[in-house]
Design a protein around this ligand. Structure first.
Ligand SMILES: [Zn+2]
Length: 104
């Protein structure tokens, strides 16, 4: 099952506000790992040029809570699950691939 398909809050925001790629600083929609390194959650982040705020929708990989938060945008980005407090990290893609290679 692809958890990313359950993320609909940001999708709705994009279509209602007619957001195009050129309005965005950053946009990602990807699976996230739980404590054991398994991809059991998902996160979608949208950052607009005009306000530099990260609109962040997630499904917690630990407790499956579907949450939405707005916070200031910074890298590396991480967000705490509102329900269980698990820290969901969003590494840069390239770093993530590199790290996976080293641990395999
Ligand atoms: Zn959680």
């Amino acid at each position: 099952m692809n958890e990313c398909e359950n993320l609909n809050i940001i999708q709705k925001f994009i279509s209602e506000n007619k957001i195009t790629p050129k309005d965005c600083i950053y946009h990602t929609n990807r699976p996230v790992k739980n404590d054991k390194g398994k991809y059991t959650g998902a996160i979608r982040i949208l950052v607009l040029k005009k306000d530099n705020i990260a609109r962040c929708e997630y499904i917690c990989p630990e407790c499956k809570f579907h949450g939405y938060q707005e916070t200031s945008w910074k890298r590396p980005f991480s967000i705490k699950c509102e329900k269980c407090g698990y820290l969901i990290r969003v590494p840069r893609m390239r770093d993530e691939i590199k790290r996976d290679k080293y641990t395999q």
